[in-house]
Design a protein around this ligand. Structure first.
Ligand code: UPG
Length: 462
């Protein structure tokens, strides 16, 4: 029989602070985690770092806060970087992670003033080397939300063991991770092979700090990565890691969406449409955009193409015609629709007329494709995306386009793109497997079998 104290704990609402970093790909899983925690009777404080880099992020946060007014938002005003640090990378998101990291000492007073006191704080993986220095003195239990795949986490957790041998990166042909296998040089995020880059420096210090945390949360499913999750949980990959909770975060609908897209989708045949998107922050070169346009037309399938011409939406002012050219614009208009504005991707993917997804394999896109059971043609372009693409291929959710290089390295021709799209759309076995993944995932995530989330909340209630 349980004690009265234990019974009382069963109903206690743990108070959890969530600290996302920057980029829609990082904010989105935090908002999904917040929604899952609220559904389990937790109190949530969301710390939002200002200024915010993109309009898409601002929209996601404000739409979330209006759907969940019970969430307390704490705005955190970060310090600008000094000129030398601001010149250390061209990537606005990496620079924002660094600014947040360096401003975190200012967060102590916000955290200690929260009432009731925090039972846990969950920080984005990109910030953890600094969060630990403020939460430890405040005795707040510390958790990491890893926003990419478990396979990518295996690299992050093994990296601190490795980094000495990475100092001469020219010699690396692969990284052999115990329990996981070899990650070939061609799949290692390119900036990790530049040890003095801002990305590699941040990655290393975050990796070095992982063992100081109370738990790691990964947004993934056994159905995609069971072997990797097992190797991580049994300590085969790296010793001394905190407990790992794989929590399938339900892709929610909501936020802004292009209305014209839904109307157009309603008029298409079932499973006939190719959806193309490279996430929130990946812009292709003009030449590659035109080859992709040609490939889509050549595939013969109707399509929805979310085009990005700049990494930061506020800087993306060029009209579609200007990017595509008048001739290509005419051709694509006959076969599909191209948008430069934000669409609600989950809404599009779950539409019955969508039959395939050409994706860069940002991890949220992979999770969303698994959730709706749509096959993926993987076209990784940056960072973790090739490792995620391997997960896609290994699970049977999709396949890699080919040896298409990192973004800008290779101009993939329209002919080849069109051929690979056709393969994806005509592969009945692939469609069935994607459907099976969806059915298996839905039996567990958000239901009674979602052990990761239950265990985590139980820990915070204790
Ligand atoms: N999205 C929309 N509408 C759009 C564009 C994007 O809803 O028009 C959503 C999409 O559904 C997803 C998110 O935005 O939820 C994008 O996330 P993701 O698919 O992960 O791509 P990125 O924005 O590129 O994400 C960054 C990194 C990626 C990494 C991810 C998580 O680029 O490599 O895996 O963050 O760490």
């Amino acid at each position: 029989m349980s004690s009265p104290a234990a019974d009382a704990n069963d109903f206690r609402s743990p108070h959890v602070a969530l600290l996302p970093s920057s980029g829609a790909g990082h904010i989105t899983p935090f908002l999904r985690l917040a929604a899952s925690l609220l559904s389990q009777n937790c109190r949530v404080t969301l710390i939002t770092s200002h200024p915010i880099v993109t309009q898409a992020e601002s929209n996601l946060i404000s739409s979330f806060l209006s759907s969940f007014p019970q969430v307390t938002e704490k705005q955190f005003h970060i310090l600008p970087l000094d000129p030398a640090s601001a010149a250390s990378s061209k990537d606005p998101f990496f620079l924002q992670w660094e600014s947040i990291r360096r401003s975190l000492h200012l967060l102590s007073s916000i955290l200690s003033s929260l009432s009731p006191p925090l039972d846990a704080m969950v920080s984005d993986i990109t910030l953890i080397s600094s969060t630990i220095t403020i939460t430890k003195p405040l005795k707040i239990p510390n958790y990491v939300l890893f926003t990419s795949s478990a396979k990518m986490f295996s690299l992050a957790s093994y990296y601190s063991v490795l980094s000495e041998s990475l100092s001469d990166s020219t010699k690396i042909s692969e990284i052999n991770i115990p329990g996981i296998g070899a990650i070939p040089r061609s799949s290692i995020p390119p900036l990790l092979l530049v040890p003095e880059s801002l990305f590699a420096t941040m990655f290393k210090s975050n990796s070095d700090n992982l063992r100081q945390f109370d738990g790691i949360i990964i947004n993934t499913f056994d159905q995609l990565e069971s072997k990797t999750l097992k190797a991580l949980k049994t300590g085969e990959v790296a010793g001394g890691l905190p407990p790992l909770f794989n929590v399938g975060l339900i892709p929610r609908l909501g936020g802004e969406g292009a209305e014209a897209v839904s109307k157009w989708l309603d008029a298409q045949l079932a499973k006939s449409v190719v959806y193309v998107s490279f996430g929130s922050r990946t812009a292709l070169s003009r030449e590659q955009i035109r080859e992709l346009g040609e490939g889509l037309v050549k595939s013969g399938y109707p399509f929805i193409w979310v085009m990005k011409d700049k990494a930061v939406d506020k800087e993306d002012g060029e009209k579609l015609e200007g990017v595509l050219g008048a001739e290509m614009m005419e051709e694509v208009k006959e076969k599909g629709i191209v948008v430069k504005e934000w669409v609600d991707q989950v809404e599009v993917l779950r539409h019955n007329s969508v039959g395939g997804f050409v994706s860069h394999c940002g991890w949220n896109s992979v999770v969303e494709a698994a959730w709706v059971g749509v096959p993926v043609l993987a076209w990784p372009l940056h960072g973790d995306q090739r490792i995620n693409g391997e997960v896609v291929e290994g699970s049977g959710l999709g396949f890699m386009g080919g040896n298409w290089g990192w973004s800008g390295e290779v101009l993939v021709k329209g002919e080849e793109i069109g051929r690979r799209i056709k393969e994806m759309m005509e592969d009945e076995g692939l469609r069935l497997r994607a459907g099976e993944i969806r059915d298996e995932v839905r039996k567990v995530v958000g239901g009674t079998g979602d052990d990761g989330l239950k265990q985590l909340i139980q820990k915070w209630r204790a």
